[in-house]
Design a protein around this ligand. Structure first.
Ligand SMILES: [Mn+2]
Length: 282
């Protein structure tokens, strides 16, 4: 997919960014050709938050391994995030499967960015949200139907197997086993797969005694309640170009930046298209 260069307006005046209590971004896939870095930069210029969670697959280590692709715009995104951290935003990085290498650095801080395996975010409304990328449960999603009939031990074994399976693949340099690729190949309709994923993550939040979950991984942004658990998915900045914001009252909103940027571009064209005012003829 070609990068959408006209979404970014270099040299234009810096916009007054909109401030949120919290921003959640995931699946940026920097280092992959498909990453929408220009649109993402535009998003970061227009939006700010007290706390920013990077919910995994921020850098695509698997793609970079196959061939180095790191254009200036990808660098600019990293600089922009570091700058937000310097200016006082709390930036928390929760690695995913594509940036699994960062999982070796959990507990450490780089340039003001805290790297953690997962987090528990408390909303302004006092709700506790598990913040996790979501790939940890691939094997559970894949086997959701029969795993549900077995006890807790089977679930624990499955999660442990998932971790070791992917660690071994990394060790031997085999590519990451992709749940979504598998789903597209195996599952007749993707809706089943998305539903299984959502249910699995909501169940995990319940197991951990929290009110909800904020995750990424399947590139499908949504906010919904599943069996009394609030399920929030940030989406991605590859295809859909979405993020999730938490407002000051603790409510969540999906920000569709492709749409927002397109609407802004359209309205600025309209403004330009208006005929210049002429002095009234005497
Ligand atoms: Mn992922």
């Amino acid at each position: 997919m070609a990068e959408d260069k006209n979404m970014h307006l270099p040299g234009g005046p810096e916009p007054d960014p909109r401030r949120y209590r919290t921003l959640f971004l995931s699946d940026l896939h920097l280092g992959a050709k498909a990453a929408q870095a220009h649109l993402l930069l535009d998003f970061l210029r227009h939006n700010d938050a007290d706390t920013i969670y990077l919910v995994g697959d921020i850098v695509d280590g698997w793609k970079l391994r196959k061939g180095w692709h790191w254009p200036q715009a990808h660098n600019d995104v990293v600089q922009k995030l570091l700058r937000k951290a310097r200016k006082g935003a709390r930036v928390i990085y929760v690695p995913g499967n594509h940036d699994e290498f960062a999982r070796d650095y959990t507990g450490l801080t780089f340039g003001g960015i805290d790297v953690v395996d997962h987090a528990v975010h408390e909303t302004a409304a006092g709700k506790k949200m598990l913040v996790i990328h979501g790939d940890q449960f691939d094997i559970v999603v894949r086997n959701a139907r029969w795993l549900a009939h077995l006890g807790d031990w089977a679930y624990d074994v499955a999660i442990a197997a998932n971790t070791w399976f992917n660690r071994a693949r990394r060790l031997f340099g085999v590519g990451y086993w992709s749940l979504s690729a598998w789903a597209k190949y195996k599952v007749k309709n993707a809706v089943n797969f998305i539903g299984d994923y959502e249910k699995t993550l909501a169940a995990e939040a319940e197991r951990r005694g929290v009110d909800g979950v904020v995750c990424g991984h399947i590139h499908h942004a949504t906010i919904k309640t599943i069996d009394g658990i609030l399920y929030v998915n940030t989406g991605d900045f590859v295809e859909s170009c979405t993020a999730v914001a938490e407002h000051d009252d603790g409510s969540f909103e999906v920000l569709d930046w492709r749409m927002t940027a397109a609407e802004r571009a359209a309205s600025s064209i309209e403004v330009k298209a208006l005929p210049a005012p002429r002095a009234a003829a005497a």
